[in-house]
Ligand binder design. Sequence first.
Ligand code: CA
Length: 230
Amino acid sequence: MSNRILIVEDEENIRSFINVNLSISGYEVLEASTGEEALSICEREKLDLIVLDIMLPGIDGYKTCENIRKKYPSIAIIMLTAKNQDMDKIVGLELGADDYMVKPFNPTELVYRIRAILRRTGKGIKKEEEEILINGEISLDKRSQKIYKLDNELKLTIKEFQLMKLFMQNPDKAFTRDELLDLIWGIEFYGDIKTVDVHIRRLREKVEDDPSNPKYIETIWGYGYRLKRC
Ligand code: CA
């Protein structure tokens, strides 16, 4: 069981950007686009943490934070704010938020802060350390961040590792090349989708018994790639 995180943000591209980054890191992610929606999700779902934007249509992030705090004190909250917003209010954490981040932010830092909060609240440690993903002969040890084929550790570059981790966490899910570019290289990267093909080819050379006849990483013609569940 992974920790469950709700993202509350009305801007869809930011929401899904956060979602993919948290999903890659092994969290189960839910999304809401308004404070009202967030509150109703809190009522029916068990959550560990909420990433809450301040600028929302309807009830804003401040008010939403207060309401959640009152009703669900055990859920951790990280507020998202733009630079010009009411920093004092958040920095003082008067509203009961556990942390805040100023937009635009580095997703890696958000993950780091989430991990720190979950550890502090005693929710994150065990589940995280126990996780080993297995698919056929391939296994990913999330604690050591290593990937093995049977007993042999695969020597992957960072990007190859990130690709493989994304695949291992989403077996059978097809990704377009554009999605992979966004997820692994980031939305700031304006590279060619051929970058993806090159990395997949190198990854296959390390992962597959026969790279020209791949058993794990499947090409979906006219679409992209997926890792077959073996
Ligand atoms: Ca917003």
